[in-house]
Design a protein around this ligand. Structure first.
Ligand code: ADP
Ligand code: ADP
Length: 226
């Protein structure tokens, strides 16, 4: 878990377009932050800046009080789960989850423990030998999540992770994500268009429009106010 401070953050793309304007937000340990807002309002850009995949044009991003603007993505202790979960097609489920840890030269027995733990909480134990093409969409999505979990990041960023799933799986995965948040005590930042996901998962909802924060409130206040 970690706290994050986004202080006057702006993103100006090389073509001059200002996608995020003066973004200010305090995120506490164990928060489950939901970003909502119309397509193109800057949600993904903000996530990518937090992950270190996109430069911050102005302002400061602090993690646990330290400015990390210049810290490389791989050193930020943040995992991102995208909507399109690109698994390695030639690797088994086990090796897809183990891949990042192998690169970091984590000892094999330690990798094994972490992969098995993730497989257990994501109900993938019986699928470890399969290749991605032999999995359903929901199973693939869980592998993508497993890959993030084994890294034990302090912060999870999820960009519409359930939008490609059918309704039944979405409900099932929503429950799993809630459990994950509880179990790992991680700080979550989550983009969704789905009001039910926002209501059931979020501790705080950030409403964006045209690169600007319009409102920050609890789901109860936001959706139940008269
Ligand atoms: P959202 O995730 O809310 O749909 P994005 O963060 O993806 O929004 O995009 C915010 C705005 O920035 C959009 O208008 C988009 O067209 C623009 N944008 C995204 N990437 C780039 C880029 N590389 N260069 C210029 N503009 C971009
Ligand atoms: P290498 O890097 O030498 O190719 P592997 O990835 O084949 O190593 O295996 C490393 C360890 O991970 C093995 O000792 C084994 O315990 C475990 N392992 C690999 N694949 C699986 C699997 N499908 N199911 C269970 N355990 C596996």
């Amino acid at each position: 878990m970690a706290s994050l401070s986004l202080e006057n953050i702006c993103k100006i793309y090389p073509n001059g377009f200002e996608a995020v304007k003066d973004f200010n937000l305090e995120i506490n340990d164990k928060d489950f932050i939901i970003f909502v807002g119309p397509s193109g309002c800057g949600k993904s850009t903000t996530l990518r800046m937090i992950a270190g995949l996109e430069d911050i044009s102005k302002g400061n991003l602090k993690i646990d009080g330290k400015v990390v603007n210049d810290v490389e993505a791989k050193d930020r202790d943040i995992a991102m789960v995208f909507q399109s979960y690109a698994l390695y097609p030639h690797l088994t489920v086990y090796d897809n989850m183990a891949f990042g840890l192998k690169l970091k030269k984590v000892p094999k027995d330690e990798i094994d423990k972490k992969v098995r733990y993730a497989a257990k909480i994501l109900d993938l134990e019986k699928l470890l030998d399969r290749k991605p093409k032999a999995l359903s969409g929901g199973q693939r999505q869980r592998v993508a999540m497993g890959r993030a979990i084994v890294r034990e990041p302090k912060v999870f960023l999820m960009d519409e992770p359930l939008s490609n799933l059918d309704a039944k799986l979405r409900v099932q995965m929503r429950t799993e994500i809630a459990k994950l948040h509880e179990r790992l005590g991680a700080t979550m930042i989550y983009v969704t268009h789905d009001q039910t996901e926002a209501m059931t998962l979020g501790t705080k909802i950030v409403v964006m429009k045209d690169g600007v924060i319009q409102q920050v409130d609890t789901p109860q206040n936001l959706y139940n106010s008269p």
